[in-house]
Design a protein around this ligand. Structure first.
Ligand code: PMP
Length: 351
């Protein structure tokens, strides 16, 4: 090793799902939305004046923050926006997890959490989920430096009840608890009402899934004003202009189109429930997902083989070669037509 190399911050990076550059594929591997963004977003995009790009964006993102505050019935002081929820979460790890005690998140969860913990040198522990992938609440009663988990969880799709989340909060009033609600719009009950009671709760959301705007990179956090202020202080110490002009404009347009949002979410939920029935009749087992994906396993067909066979047909799903989950496929819910092709493939394969 060269001398300078010993002073380099070395990290094992997060590996995002593949983004194959092909038109002829069925892409069910990164939980994107199969429907286009709202027509209002497309209108805002075509009406966007390129000349505005000469100017820096509003560093406070005030219009988008206000629109989100109105949408959730909170004050702008309670909203923080960032470049996808990954940016919001990374900034939150940096800001809130500064204890010597380990932060806690489940052993099976979003695989970026341990990467940020390593990057920022935050000690962490990963309590094991129960065999059915539910959280063992008593694991979160120990002393810790903060807690983070997605609800519904990824990649399992399993939703914890509000009473389970409240139980975790009630046992952890001295640390920040982050609930990552990336997939909450597909039928889960949000933890937002608990903000009234718990000033140490922060809820994180994204425009990438339910709002069909993964390519735009918009995420946000909702929490009490003091907590949001701390996040903003960290952000302004890092990069004042995180949100670009187009993200601000298109994000706004999306929030203002409630009808389209509800319609497409309902469509995905309907297709998910249909897909569950079809998968079950083929012998697959899976947790009862409330997200826009299903985490499925088959007793006779190893997930690794299914993954490879699907890939050959240009059907992309996600496979994690990790302990406890290496016999599962995470299948994003696409359009009904796409899911029909997937199911037909399985029928044929298992004949
Ligand atoms: N949280 C969870 C649980 C996720 O699955 C994802 C998607 N990879 C994210 C956060 C980040 O999404 P984005 O940065 O696109 O908002």
């Amino acid at each position: 090793m060269n001398n300078w190399e010993q002073y380099v911050r070395k990290v094992t990076p997060y590996v995002p799902g593949e983004q194959p550059n092909s038109t002829n594929m069925i892409k069910l591997n990164t939980n994107e939305n199969p429907y286009p963004p709202s027509p209002k977003v497309l209108e805002a995009l075509s009406g966007f004046e390129a000349d505005r790009l000469r100017l820096y964006p509003d560093p406070t993102a005030s219009e988008l923050v206000q629109a989100l505050a109105d949408y959730h019935g909170v004050n702008p002081e309670n909203v923080f926006v960032g470049v996808g929820s990954d940016d919001v979460l990374a900034m939150s790890f940096l800001t809130f997890f500064n204890s010597d005690k380990p932060i806690l998140f489940p052993d099976i969860t979003y695989s970026f959490y341990d990467v940020w913990a390593e990057l920022f040198r935050i000690p962490y522990q990963r309590p094991e989920l129960n065999a059915d992938f539910s959280m063992q609440l008593s694991d979160y009663y120990q002393e810790n430096g903060g807690i983070v988990f997605p609800n519904p969880n990824a990649p399992t799709g399993l939703l914890e009840s509000i009473s389970a989340i409240e139980d975790i909060l009630a046992h952890n009033k001295e640390v920040i608890v982050i609930v990552d609600e990336a997939y909450i719009d597909f039928g889960g009950a949000t933890a937002l009402p608990l903000l009234q009671q718990y000033e140490n709760l922060m809820v994180v959301r994204t425009f990438s899934k339910s709002r069909s705007l993964a390519g735009m990179r918009i995420g946000y956090a909702i929490g009490n004003a003091k907590l949001i202020q701390y996040l903003n202080d960290a952000k302004y110490s890092f990069n004042s202009y995180t949100m670009n002009q187009t993200s601000l404009a298109l994000g706004m347009a999306s929030v203002l189109d409630q009808e389209y949002f509800e319609k497409t979410c309902a469509q995905i939920i309907e297709t998910r429930e249909w897909t569950k029935q079809e998968l079950a009749s083929l012998g697959f087992t899976f947790p009862d997902s409330k997200a826009n994906f299903i985490f499925a396993s088959h007793p006779d067909n190893p997930a690794r083989d299914l993954f490879a066979a699907l890939r050959k047909e240009h059907i992309y799903v996600r496979y994690f070669d990790k302990p406890r989950i290496d016999n599962y496929l995470r299948i994003t819910i696409g359009t009904k037509e796409e899911m029909q092709i997937l199911i037909d493939f399985f029928k044929d394969y298992m004949k």
